[in-house]
Design a protein around this ligand. Sequence first.
Ligand code: ADP
Ligand code: MG
Length: 257
Amino acid sequence: MSGPSRLSVRNIRKSFGTHEVLKGISLDAKDGDVISLLGASGSGKSTFLRCINLLEIATEGEIFVDGEEIRMVKKGGRNQPASQKQVDHIRSELGMVFQSFNLWSHMTILQNVIEGPVHVLKRPRAECIAEAEALLEKVGIVDKRHAYPAHLSGGQQQRAAIARALAMKPKAMLFDEPTSALDPELVGEVLRVMRALAEEGMTMLVVTHEMSFARNVSNRVVFMREGVVDSSGTPEEMFGGGGSPAFRQFIGHLGPA
Ligand code: ADP
Ligand code: MG
């Protein structure tokens, strides 16, 4: 009944020194799934995303991206990716959007967007520029293409960061609190872009505190607590009283969506 798995994570564990931050997390995102990852600060959400795109290396567990397993070897008792080439390839297949935008400040918006396609994917520049302009049009900032990031609002910078990630034609998009650094009046413009992406069928894993997004855009809600998946379900189940007591307390603290 379900489509192909874009992202499959099995029993991921991650320790920093003696501190075990992820204690066995599994998650499966099928094609077109939009999964909201919720949880208190420190519950391991960012670490989980960072393990998926290999910014951190999970201590244990298996990760499959579009069916391809990330191969690991043990070196001195620790996991290491078996192939840097595979790491680069997997990273190019996963678009990541951070809280802090992370645009290259010395490049224009257009240069930011074409950088990956031109230099990583080695695609023809003219073609990349045409695609980048279409993406910038789509996120509503094509008029800013020759501006530098510092001249854009936070909401515009984040939309540029989304366009930059999309320019790599990723298999899935990972968002880590994409609206948390924004002034409240700029949150909506970024959420609208994310909603449009979801409606086009992009597979998305979204760490967020925006309950309206979790409720109305995602098709699954995963609540993390202290390094484990405490509870998960459809938004209807989770927000309809079906989540664990800890989840209900969590959303109670945030107030009504
Ligand atoms: P969240 O994103 O849910 O707020 P994080 O994944 O950022 O949680 O952090 C989970 C825990 O892991 C925290 O206790 C944090 O201090 C710890 N942690 C995260 N990154 C590192 C690191 N690079 N080194 C040591 N501890 C870390
Ligand atoms: Mg975080």
